[in-house]
Design a protein. Structure first.
Length: 336
């Protein structure tokens, strides 16, 4: 949305109290008078003269919160992403409402669009990421929200069902140590690669990719790890020859994510597999879903084991940290 003239606040909202955070680290408390796409005009409290400051000096402007934003952010902070998403979508559509502070650095409409994409990502909604990622206006985001996580491009490609692009992005990002298999984004890449391989009917490779997403460090991103295990279970359930693996994985899922049960709507063969006890000698995969990871691709025995190499042609070597193998929690990557 383009603004040719200054965006003057309505009479009821004029001289709104704002906090201006400067790029040099300084903070200015002020009364906003007007703003446009380049600058904000404000007065110091008690002053009669106004001052114009260009956004080139400003990291973010903290406008007063309003009900729609507060409800959305509260749901987001509590991890209720399904509740937060439509609320953020509403705020993102309020760019013409003065209370959002749009357009200005850190305005609520632009922040809401960024949070909306994050909600879709955390819900595993690849189509939702694809729909909304291009709507993010990075020029209005504060430094704390930049840069956008590169894995979002892989989510968007999956949402468009561009599976070749998903694999290409995964191969490129894995060259960076930040995307190791025990990092948050690395786990997402493994999951998205599994989706792509499944769509390409490369089921054995898809199973290994999903195993990489859930087995090495589920504590890093339990949401993605849970979704990966669900997909692996459904693939195993479609193959009668993999019944021992299916039984092992359903027990592991129930232990790690289901408090003894499976997810709502799990198909009958999966529920039946959980009802059958583990046979003597079968690997239950351990409390945290981690098994021995030495050697090359781990052979499939009583269940899908954690892997050290996912596939020779697609996924790079994933290092299993000693503490991850022992069941201790490893250091976590902070996801934006």
């Amino acid at each position: 949305m383009l603004f040719a003239a200054a965006f003057t606040l309505p009479a009821a909202a004029q001289e709104m109290q704002v906090t201006i955070r400067l790029k040099n680290g300084g903070v200015v408390d002020a009364l906003a008078v007007s703003h446009d796409r380049d600058s904000i005009t404000f007065k110091a409290p008690g002053a009669s003269q106004s001052i114009e400051m260009f956004y080139a000096q400003i990291d973010a402007i903290k406008w007063p919160e309003f009900e729609e934003w507060t409800k959305a952010q509260q749901s987001y902070d509590f991890g209720r992403y399904a509740d937060a998403a439509p609320l953020f979508e509403k705020v993102a559509g309020m760019r013409g409402d003065p209370k959002t502070g749009y357009p200005s650095p850190g305005n609520y409409a632009s922040l809401a669009q960024r949070r909306l994409v994050e909600c879709r990502r955390r819900l595993g909604d690849a189509a939702g990421v694809a729909k909304n990622l291009g709507k993010i206006e990075t020029e209005w985001l504060p430094a704390a929200d930049l840069p956008l996580p590169p894995v979002l491009d892989a989510w968007a490609a999956a949402g468009r069902e561009d599976w070749a692009k998903v694999m290409e992005i995964g191969d490129r990002l894995r060259e960076d140590v930040a995307f190791s298999g025990t990092s948050g984004q690395g786990i997402e890449l493994a999951y998205l690669s599994g989706m792509a391989l499944q769509a390409l009917d490369r089921i054995p490779e898809a199973l290994i990719a999903f195993a990489a997403a859930y087995s090495l460090n589920a504590a890093t991103d339990p949401g993605v790890s849970r979704m990966a295990m669900e997909r692996a279970i459904l693939l195993l359930a479609a193959d009668p020859d993999r019944e021992p693996q299916l039984r092992s994985l359903t027990h592991l899922y129930a232990s790690n994510f289901g408090k003894g049960t499976l997810w709502e709507g799990a198909p009958e063969p999966v529920v039946a597999a959980l009802s059958r006890p583990m046979e003597k000698g079968e690997a239950a995969l351990g409390q945290a879903g981690r098994t021995e990871t030495r050697g090359e691709i781990a052979e499939e025995t009583g269940g899908l084991k954690a892997v050290e190499q996912v596939t020779a042609d697609r996924m790079k070597k994933v290092e299993a940290r000693p503490e991850a193998v022992s069941g201790k929690d490893s250091s976590k990557e902070a996801n934006p």
